[in-house]
Design a protein around this ligand. Sequence first.
Ligand SMILES: *Cc1c(COP(=O)(O)O)cnc(C)c1O
Length: 384
Amino acid sequence: MRISYGRQSISDADVDAVVRVLRSDFLTQGPAVPAFEAAVASTVGARHAVACNSATSALHIACLALDVGPGDRVWTSPNSFVASANCARYCGAEVDFVDIDPLTYNISTEILSAKLEQADRDGRLPKVLIPVHFAGQSCDMAEIGRLAAQYGIRIIEDASHAIGGTCRDKAVGGCAYSDIVVFSFHPVKIVTTAEGGMAVTNDPDLARRLTDLRSHGITRDPARLQRSDEGAWYYEQQSLGFNYRLTDIQAALGVSQMERLAQWVPARNALAARYDAALGHLPLRLPHVATDVLSAFHLYVVQIGDAKVDRRTVFDALRQRGIGVNVHYIPIHLQPDYAALGFAPGQFPNAEAYYARAISLPMHVELSDDDFEFVVQSLEEILR
Ligand SMILES: *Cc1c(COP(=O)(O)O)cnc(C)c1O
């Protein structure tokens, strides 16, 4: 595809930052990872940050840190990448979904409220809810937080799309209504480390558990060792963890990228506004952003409206022209591996109806004016 739907923006400063690490003493477990964690924590207003080698691994250890295990239930959005649900299954928990709001494509708080009421009656409340800030637009976290408090549920925000976004002037990641917030740094996301993710929290105990789980469950903290006088080499594995560490090479890229986040979110919003203005006359449903939300605009999704052509035709025609459109998301419950767990079409009708009409248009900070015009002109021709 000549034009991609999303891609990284790499500056000379990014390249220099990575090369400096390559010439330094530490390729991993050096100073760049803590620097990246500090940069993200201060930007999003969280007290603690734990960098991981992907958002998927961050979601996994976030579930473990909240004691998700066999017999527990975890709910998330069907309109997400599979990782939002798989993290619970890694822990042996059962997954269920909350259907989406047809306007924002985030989980519907009305459906959530009704489903919680029913689950409470049935004695089947989830231990954890994982709301996903779809396309970069924050969910209504105040309402979700209120319901979570009412029913005693823990919250992990999957903010893979949403770094740099705000809700009621509060940065996504501040954990005001959640236990842990997770970001992704895959190259199609807003800030990249090639592969990478981060879990942020305001709870020092959760931060410690996340840090342990990221690195084999091992600690060297003298204050926590069970046997203290063994020698300077000594460490203890106190729980079963993983190697989910980010490298310093990646973290240096992340630090350098974070310096441009404050430019990128307005640039993405400006591109979204240009699409809004240019596509308003076409039979498309354009993104709806709630008035009190600043979307990070990871994705710009249109739904094919009452056009004479269907989504598949529009999609194929755009791809034919070298425009790398995509579809986000195939509802998770329709994946064969989820059908095998008993999920079936029709269970989450809003997510399914949305999926049938959705196309993600190119949305990234390096999209040229010519390419933007070409996308708009192509849509006009195809939908005419
Ligand atoms: C990309 C993404 C993930 C997984 O991120 P990785 O860093 O690739 O593991 C999880 N959830 C959502 C919503 C995503 O978009």
